[in-house]
Design a protein around this ligand. Structure first.
Ligand code: NAI
Ligand code: MG
Length: 496
């Protein structure tokens, strides 16, 4: 189906409140409460959504437990693979609708949400492959006498998945996919800012034949629904994506039953440009490493280190590139930079713009909220490049989560490696150079989960993604991801 999102009402918006998906049924919240989700480009109300709370989380966790202990827990790998492949086909068929839903609920340009198709569908097909590739090992032991020893890989159980708003579809798939592959069950708590795509994906799971209770979707607020899920003793693992502040709360909440936790948190990632780089490629590369999704990407390359001899030229070119980008409503095909997700996020980002100026940084592009014409109704901040930044400034240390580059000069490779690592985070990093020695040296020296060389933000379902330090632990994508949803059991048989 083609959805002309600029002209028509989205087919998912039927005017009725959206309900919680629990045990294959669509339920109102136990409290009867709802909350509003809006389009951040216009402020317009999209839908009322049932506001899940602790009681609803209880119901959902109980349903997920029953499903795990029931027939789903005994499904063969091949059956789980078939379900994942069906889900992938359905998503592919309906992709335009999903892209449009992400765009209106969180603001990203439609070209970006559409461009996500290969990866989103590809992830489901990758997990479908993983479903039939799970296996333990036969291990030779050295005990006296005769013993056979082998390992089994078993699903961890009930997964509490808590996701943010910056990529609702991909984040949902990153939690549901490995759960279905391994035979786990899920209670997914979407972000309050963008609950629509996860709910619609829940509907698609039912259509694909995912049994009731295996995938539950309970929107609600972090302090209530999220906190209840993180602390719940019926949950075996929490898979969280979001801020490190919330990540720390989740670790604390998890201690009651020592549930397993994986955390994909924020960053302040270094992007390092050497004078010998292909600057034609590095200018748009470094710019979009931050301006894509209006900077609302955990691994955005927001600390832009530029070799001093090209610092002025390069930062001027990145600023010019930023100014050339079209800011507007994500539904417009021509839009390259959409709004920020919410008024809170707008306040946070404009707060940092003021801090940057007070600290003495110089805006070469952007620097103020946009309020002209139709933009005044939404939460728009233009691509911003700050020069005159030093390592100690707050805009060089704290995650802004907006389209804001802090450009910092450097002189040599040892120095830049040290300064790149002088942060509490360690998620992404970039290196732009034609010198293979520098590239390899930095690939090892940088303490971060991903290093992109002469590119930024490349992602594939088969590659692991995750953090060092305050950026969290655990990996999403690749085999490491599937292993996070599995327990290893040792089996011993005395045969002599
Ligand atoms: P957040 O980390 O508070 O929210 C992420 C998710 O956690 C949401 O579903 C929220 O409802 C839930 N949550 C909040 N408090 C919780 C609690 N006590 N227990 C359990 N779940 C809880 O992030 P927020 O407030 O949306 O954004 C604030 C800042 O966090 C951003 O400006 C950005 O710097 C960072 N952030 C980083 C993300 C990333 O991908 N690394 C994603 C979103 C935000
Ligand atoms: Mg919204």
């Amino acid at each position: 189906m083609t959805v002309d999102v600029a002209k028509t009402r989205h087919p998912y918006l039927d005017g009725k409140p959206k309900r919680l998906l629990i045990d294959g049924k669509w339920l109102e919240a136990a409290s009867g409460k709802t909350f509003e989700t809006i389009n951040p480009a216009t402020g317009e109300l999209l839908a009322q959504v049932a506001e899940g709370g602790a009681e609803d989380i209880d119901l959902a966790v109980a349903a997920a437990r029953r499903a795990f202990e029931g027939a789903w827990g005994r499904t063969k790998p091949y059956e789980r693979q078939k379900i994942l492949l069906r889900l992938a086909d359905l998503l592919e068929k309906n992709f335009e609708e999903f892209a449009a839903l992400d765009t209106i609920d969180m603001g990203a340009p439609i070209t970006r949400t559409r461009g996500n198709q290969q990866r989103a569908v590809g992830m489901l097909r990758y997990y479908a492959g993983q479903a039939v590739s799970i296996h333990g090992e036969t291990v030779d032991n050295s005990l006296p006498g005769e013993f056979v020893s082998y390992t089994l890989k078993e699903p961890v159980g009930v997964i509490g998945a808590i996701i943010p708003w910056n990529a609702p579809l991909s984040s949902s798939i990153w939690k549901i996919g490995p759960a279905l592959a391994t035979g786990c069950t899920v209670v997914l708590k979407p972000a309050e800012e963008a609950p629509l795509t996860p709910l619609r994906l829940g509907e698609l799971c039912l259509e694909a034949g995912v049994p009731p209770g295996v995938v539950n979707v309970v929107p609600g607020f972090g302090e209530t629904a999220g906190a209840a899920l993180a602390a719940h003793h019926g949950v075996d693992k929490v898979a969280f994506t979001g801020s490190h502040f919330t990540g720390q709360k989740i670790v604390q909440a998890s201690s009651g039953n020592l549930k397993r936790v994986s955390l994909e948190l924020g960053g302040k990632s270094p992007d390092i440009v050497f004078a010998d780089a292909d600057l034609e490629a590095a200018v748009p590369g470094a710019a979009m490493a931050v301006f894509a999704n209006s900077g609302q990407i955990c691994s955005a390359g927001t600390r832009l280190f530029v070799e001093r001899k090209v610092y002025e030229e390069f930062t001027a070119r990145v600023a010019a590139y930023g100014k050339s980008l079209r800011v507007g409503d994500g539904r417009d095909d021509m839009t390259q930079v959409g709004p920020l997700v919410s008024s809170e996020q707008l306040e946070r980002v404009t707060g940092y713009l003021a801090i940057g100026r007070q600290e003495g940084a110089k805006p070469l592009a952007g620097g103020e909220r946009l309020t002209e014409g139709a933009l005044s109704k939404g939460f728009f901040v233009p691509p911003t490049v700050f020069a005159n930044v030093n390592d100690e400034m707050r805009i060089a240390q704290e995650e802004i989560f907006g389209p804001v580059i802090s450009a910092i000069p450097f002189d040599d490779i040892e120095e830049v490696a040290r300064r790149a690592n002088a942060t509490s985070f360690g998620l992404g990093s970039g290196v732009w150079t034609r010198d293979v020695t520098k590239a390899h040296k930095l690939a090892r020296a940088i303490r971060a989960g991903s290093v992109w060389i002469n590119c930024y933000q490349a992602m594939d379902p088969a590659m692991p993604f995750g953090g060092y330090k305050l950026s969290g632990y655990g990996r999403e994508g690749g085999k490491d991801h599937v292993n996070e949803y599995l327990n290893v059991k040792a089996v011993w048989i005395k045969t002599g």
